[in-house]
Design a protein around this ligand. Sequence first.
Ligand SMILES: Cc1cc2nc3c(=O)[nH]c(=O)nc-3n(C[C@H](O)[C@H](O)[C@H](O)COP(=O)(O)O)c2cc1C
Length: 201
Amino acid sequence: MKLNTVEVLKKRRSYYNLDKNVDVSDEDIKNLVKDVFYYSPSPYNAQNSKAVILLNKEHDYLWGNIVMETLRSKVDDDSKFKRTESKINSFKNAYGTVLIFEDMDTIGELQEKFPSYHDTFLEWSDHTSGIVTIGLWAGLREMGIGANLQHYNPLIDEDVRVKWDIPNNWKLKSQLVFGNILEEPKEMKKVDINERVLIRE
Ligand SMILES: Cc1cc2nc3c(=O)[nH]c(=O)nc-3n(C[C@H](O)[C@H](O)[C@H](O)COP(=O)(O)O)c2cc1C
C-alpha cells in the first residue's frame, strides 16, 4: 500500500543548500506551523510546545547577528572562524526559522500534580518537541520547502529572549531553518531496518 505519510517522510531530509526564493505564501507557512502545533499530541494534553516563526529581517538577525556574534566571541582564530562563518551564512541565506520552545511552567505544573512522574515529564517534554519538529519538517517538505535542524541553544537563549520578548518560562529547544531547495542532499547510509524493527507474531 502506498501511503502519503511514508512518501512525505521519505522526502524529508536535512537540506543545507537553501535560499530565499520560496514560492509558498507566508500565510501558508504560518498556518502550517499553527496546524502542526495545534494537532500534535502532548502529555495529558498539556500543549507545552511553543514556537516563534522568524521571517525576513528577523530570520536574518538571528543568524547574521545573534548566532554569528555569539560564535565569533568564542573563536579567537580568524582563519578557524571562516568555516563557521560560511556555515552560519548558509542558514542566513535560507528563508526563515522556526524557533521551537518548551513551556517549563506547564511542565512544572504537571510535575507538581503527578509527583511520581516528576523526571518523566522532562523526558516527555523532549518527546513533545520532537513530535512537533517532525510535523514541521515533513509538512514544509510537502509544501516543497527544505529544512535543517539546528541547536545553538543554550548559547543564544538570552539574546533570543531579549530580542523577541520571549517569556522566561519558554526554554529554547531547537531552530528549524527552512527555505527554497537548491540542492538535494546525498543519500544517507541506512542500517538494515530489520535490525531496528523486530516482529513477533
Ligand atoms: C534530535 C536531532 C538533532 C539534530 N541536530 C542537528 C544539528 O544540531 N545540526 C544539524 O545540522 N543536524 C541535526 N540533525 C539532523 C541529523 O543530522 C539528520 O537528520 C541525520 O543525519 C539524517 O539525515 P536526514 O535528515 O537527511 O535524513 C538532528 C536530527 C535530530 C533528529
